[in-house]
Structure formats: structure tokens, C-alpha cells
Design a binder for this molecule. Structure first.
Ligand code: HEC
Ligand code: HEC
Length: 398
């Protein structure tokens, strides 16, 4: 159970109550969360025997396994294994790339080039997607209401609806990891440190690709990004996003208003899950009119339907300061270019979202002034969190 999400979803029901009662309920909630979770000892010393530590210590910094997130004991070993495999080049066909090659922690788990290099020197044909662009990866993709299909569109065209399916594609993709799926288990078996962690995570089970994928999914699910200036303002204002935030400069507050008016109808859900519903947006995909004719047809490339051409995932904008270049093809180098595009350049693609059309059906011209553009960028920069940099998400290799 994620405390931050409960706070967000409680907001609607609780606001009419007094602040002391709110605080009281939060304390009760925290207490009940703590009870539910079986915690492992905090020190790596107690997690592994001396012999196990010798095996692990050949490659891994065992002391880095000392931060325990809010997950059950069984889950914790899975997360450890997933973390090792996420950072391990050995898991790709030519042993030259890992997930981290294209999803770098310091870049909110995105990459800083339009197209990333995968195995055999091949390049991806789309921009890497930041894994820390929502407050919680698992909260956004995993833990939500399973009937809420809107929250389950992975990849730039939303073609898969869960992380395991996404990982199977990523491993098999000849431009990314280039692996045969059935080889994943054997590859883990070849690495004594990974095999040791596997046996802890899946005691008595054969080496299967499904388990390997489940472990990596468990690690990716732990990625979250909170503690941005925006979060501080949001918490202090009791989740009233429309209010001016004392933590913000005038420029950031002005940028927030511009964002709420012009952008939140699509991008609100990266601010928090509850805002997605609050702003009445259940779309996970849309066309924002980058082109009149798209070279990469987006969802249309997957479905071959004309009505899906130019439709792409609406990306999360948390940490967007760190994730340049932007859009599915990395066409914009800076947030200033992105804002210029929305201000003056939205194209009249036949599938352009109604949210970006004026009353005549033409592309909206937001026509921001230079100050407004700067304010919008100042607001976007205030969405940069710090918790994605925590040590338990970092490489465990020496
Ligand atoms: C060679 C670069 C590369 C490697 C290696 C790579 N990825 Fe990716 N990743 C990408 C690109 C590019 C996309 C977007 C692809 C698309 O939309 O078609 C992506 C998309 C994703 C997504 C979807 C995110 C979303 O919000 O839709 C996840 C999750 C992900 N990768 C995790 C991983 C994990 C875990 C690994 C290691 C097993 C990995 N990736 C390895 C480049 C890479
Ligand atoms: C109709 C929905 C919609 C609205 C409204 C909208 N966007 Fe977007 N936004 C998208 C889609 C879809 C994409 C991805 C398009 C692509 O790559 O082809 C995107 C991409 C972006 C990106 C790139 C993120 C990345 O990781 O590459 C940024 C930044 C962004 N939008 C900011 C804004 C801002 C600022 C506004 C308001 C001025 C705004 N958006 C309004 C749908 C929307």
C-alpha cells in the first residue's frame, strides 16, 4: 500500500472534514500500512550468510542492498534480483547493453539522445521513455484499478497493457536487448550472483523467463519520483492544485495556471493519479498535431487503421527537465522548443485531439507571450523530483 496514493485519493472525501481529523486519519492509515507489511532486517548483513556474501561481493556491492522499501520480504528479494538484472549487460544478446543503457537513473530513467544504441550497434526507432515520469511507476501502471484500461498503455503507441508484456518485447527487440525469451533463465543461471538471488526470490523454482521478467518488473515498479517543489506545494496546500503555492515563485505559479488551462486536460495524471479523474481525462493516447503527415504513424503503425495515425502515448511530465530530447522521435531539444510548438505550431492533422482545436475545428493557437513561455517552462522545471535518485534504485554493481 502506497501512502502517497491514499492521501491523494482520500482528498476528495476528506476535504470537508477538519484538519485535525484529517491528520488523525492519516496517522491511523500509516499505522495500518506498517502493520500489513512484513519488513526484512535493514542491514545486508542479516539478509545474506557470510558464504552468500562472498559470492555476491565478487561483482556486487553488498552494502548497497541495505535500503528496504515498503514491500514484503518475499518481494524484496525479487526487487534485489530485478535491480541487478536491470543494470547487468550480461542480459543482452551480445552482452553490451542493459536496461540502464537507455534508462539512466540520473536522467529520470530516460536517455539523452533521440534514438538509443542497443545490441550490435543498432539504434531504437523511438525515443526512450522516462520510467520516472509519474509519481510512482507501479501506482500508474500496476496497482491501479485493473478495469481502468486508460492507465495501462505502455510504449509510445500504448500497444501493450502490462509491464511483463512490455519486457518480453524489449528483450526480444533486435534493436534493444536482442535476446530469445527462452534464453533468459539460462543466462541468469550462468551468473552465480544472479542465480543466488534468483533462488532467494523464487525458492525451489526452475529458472524461467517468466520469473526473470517478474523480478525486473518488481524493480521497475519501485521507481518513483516525489519530493519536487511541486509536491511540496501540493502537500502544503492540501492537494488544492489550483491554489497559489507558497513554495513557488510568481513565475512558477503563473506557469502552473497556464499548465492547468492549456495542458492539464491531457497531462494532469502525471501530477497525481487523482487529478486524472479530477480533470476528467481518461485518455492515455492522443494526437497533439506534431505533423500533418507522420513518418512514424504511432498507434496506426500497430493497428494499420487510418484513424490511429499520429496517435501517441501522452507522456508523463514529471522530471521532464531531465528527459530531453522530447516527443516520440526526440525532435525537440529543449522545453522552450516544446512550448513554442504548442504556442504557435500545432498542425491540422485529421486525428488532432479535439482538446487542441478551436471552435472552428482549427488547431488552437495558444500564442503565449515570451514571459508566459518562460513561466510555463519554470513550472515544468518545478516537477523535478529527487526520490528517483535514491540509492536503492542505483546500480548495485561495484
Ligand atoms: C536500446 C535501448 C533500450 C533498452 C536496452 C531498453 N529500453 Fe526500455 N525503452 C526504450 C525505448 C526506445 C522505448 C519506447 C519504445 C516504443 O515506444 O516503441 C522503451 C520503453 C520502455 C518502457 C515503457 C514505458 C512506458 O511508460 O510506456 C519500459 C517500462 C521500459 N522501456 C523498460 C525497460 C527495461 C526494464 C529494460 C531492460 C530489460 C529496457 N527498457 C531496455 C529503449 C530501451
Ligand atoms: C491533446 C492532449 C495534449 C495536450 C492538451 C497537451 N499535450 Fe503535451 N503531449 C501530448 C502527446 C500525445 C504527446 C506525445 C506526442 C508524440 O511524441 O508524438 C505530448 C508530449 C509532450 C511533451 C514531451 C514529453 C516527453 O517526454 O517527450 C511535453 C514536454 C509536453 N507534451 C508538454 C505539454 C504542454 C506544456 C502542454 C500545454 C501547453 C501540452 N503538452 C498539452 C498530448 C497533449
Amino acid at each position: 500500500m502506497r501512502t502517497n496514493f491514499n492521501l491523494f485519493t482520500m482528498k476528495k472525501n476528506i476535504l470537508s472534514f477538519s484538519i485535525p481529523l484529517f491528520t488523525f486519519l492519516v496517522i491511523i492509515l500509516l499505522a495500518s500500512c506498517t502493520k500489513e507489511v512484513e519488513r526484512l532486517p535493514f542491514q545486508a548483513d542479516e539478509l545474506f550468510t557470510a558464504e552468500e556474501k562472498v559470492v555476491l561481493a565478487k561483482k556486487l556491492d553488498v552494502d548497497k542492498f541495505n535500503y528496504i522499501r515498503n514491500v514484503t520480504a518475499e518481494e524484496q528479494y525479487k526487487v534485489f534480483l530485478g535491480r541487478v538484472l536491470f543494470y547487468d549487460n550480461q542480459m543482452s544478446a551480445d552482452k553490451s547493453v542493459s536496461c540502464e543503457s537507455c534508462h539512466k537513473q540520473e536522467l529520470a530513467f530516460a536517455d539523452n539522445v533521440a534514438f538509443s544504441r542497443g545490441v550490435s550497434g543498432n539504434h531504437t526507432d523511438r525515443n526512450s521513455i522516462a520510467l520516472a515520469s509519474f509519481s510512482s511507476f507501479e501506482g500508474h501502471y500496476g496497482e491501479g484499478d485493473p478495469t481502468d484500461v486508460a492507465a495501462n498503455s505502455l510504449f509510445w503507441d500504448g500497444r501493450v497493457d502490462n509491464v511483463s508484456a512490455q519486457l518480453s518485447e524489449t528483450f526480444a527487440n533486435p534493436n534493444e536487448m536482442g535476446m530469445k525469451l527462452h534464453e533468459l533463465g539460462a543466462r541468469v543461471g550462468d551468473l552465480d550472483y544472479a542465480k543466488l538471488l534468483y533462488d532467494k526470490a523464487f525458492p525451489g523454482q526452475n529458472l524461467t523467463s517468466a520469473n526473470v521478467i517478474a523480478a525486473i518488473a518488481a524493480f521497475v515498479g519501485q521507481i518513483e519520483s516525489l519530493n519536487s517543489t511541486f509536491d511540496k506545494g501540493l502537500n502544503a496546500s492540501f492537494f488544492e492544485v489550483e491554489e497559489s503555492f507558497a513554495e513557488f515563485s510568481d513565475a512558477q505559479n503563473n506557469g502552473k495556471q497556464l499548465f492547468l488551462t492549456n495542458c492539464a486536460s491531457c497531462h494532469a495524471f502525471s501530477l497525481s493519479e487523482s487529478f486524472r479523474h479530477q480533470f476528467g481525462n481518461n485518455d492515455q493516447l492522443a494526437s497533439n498535431g506534431l505533423d500533418v503527415a507522420y513518418e512514424d504513424k504511432g498507434l496506426g503503425r500497430h493497428t494499420s487503421l487510418v484513424k490511429d495515425n499520429g496517435i501517441f502515448k501522452i507522456p508523463g511530465v514529471r522530471n521532464v527537465e531531465l528527459t530531453a530530447p522530447y516527443m516520440h522521435d526526440g525532435r525537440f531539444e529543449s522545453l522552450e522548443e516544446v512550448v513554442d510548438f504548442y504556442s504557435e505550431n500545432i498542425q491540422a492533422h485529421p486525428n488532432l485531439s479535439d482538446k487542441l482545436k478551436d471552435e472552428n475545428g482549427d488547431p488552437i493557437r495558444m500564442n503565449f507571450t515570451d514571459t508566459e513561455k518562460a513561466d510555463l517552462v519554470a513550472f515544468l522545471n518545478a516537477l523535478t523530483g529527487s526520490t528517483h535518485m535514491e540509492s536503492d534504485l542505483a546500480t548495485p554493481f561495484k
